[in-house]
Design a protein around this ligand. Structure first.
Ligand code: UDP
Ligand code: MG
Length: 140
């Protein structure tokens, strides 16, 4: 299995509850290494662009409001099969459907305020990493 990278966001519901370390610990225990990390306040423009793929979905406006409601921590994670490894430890989008031991089962408040984002493909991971990080901010 190849070592790859994925992109993660610790969402405002988690930073608000001071769970940055707790979430990161679960990522690390799942075999992922944080090779870049920064706490930012996402602008409305950034959130709209980042979630553009969901622009036609009914929850888009509220999602943009939520993602800009407080600080987030954007991260680049590295590990074997990083995209899938991260999706597995994140759990299902809706915490009610997430398996025990996943981040969303443990910490998410709702299907919207679900504590973490994770890329869903290697291609999207590369694009999402580029969206938030310059090359010299990533130190593997
Ligand atoms: N979301 C929402 N309502 C829904 C589905 C999704 O508010 O019915 C939000 C939720 O924060 C989710 C994000 O939109 O994480 C992106 O949705 P996606 O289907 O890509 O889920 P993910 O890949 O995050 O599991
Ligand atoms: Mg998604």
């Amino acid at each position: 299995m190849a070592v790859t990278r994925t992109f993660s966001i610790i969402k405002p519901d988690a930073t608000r509850r001071n769970l940055t370390g707790a979430v990161t610990k679960m990522l690390e225990e799942a075999g992922l290494r944080v090779v870049a990390s920064k706490r930012i306040q996402m602008s409305e423009d950034q959130a709209k662009k980042f979630y553009e793929v969901h622009a036609e979905r009914p929850f888009y406006g509220e999602l943009v409001d939520f993602m800009t409601s407080g600080p987030v921590v954007v991260q680049v994670l590295e590990g074997e099969d990083a995209v899938k490894r991260n999706r597995d430890v994140m759990g299902a989008t809706n915490p009610a459907d997430a398996e025990d031991g996943t981040i969303r089962k443990t910490y998410a408040e709702s299907i919207e305020a679900n504590s973490v984002h994770g890329s869903d493909s290697d291609e999207n991971a590369a694009n999402e990493i580029d969206f938030f990080f310059s090359k010299d901010e990533i130190v593997g």
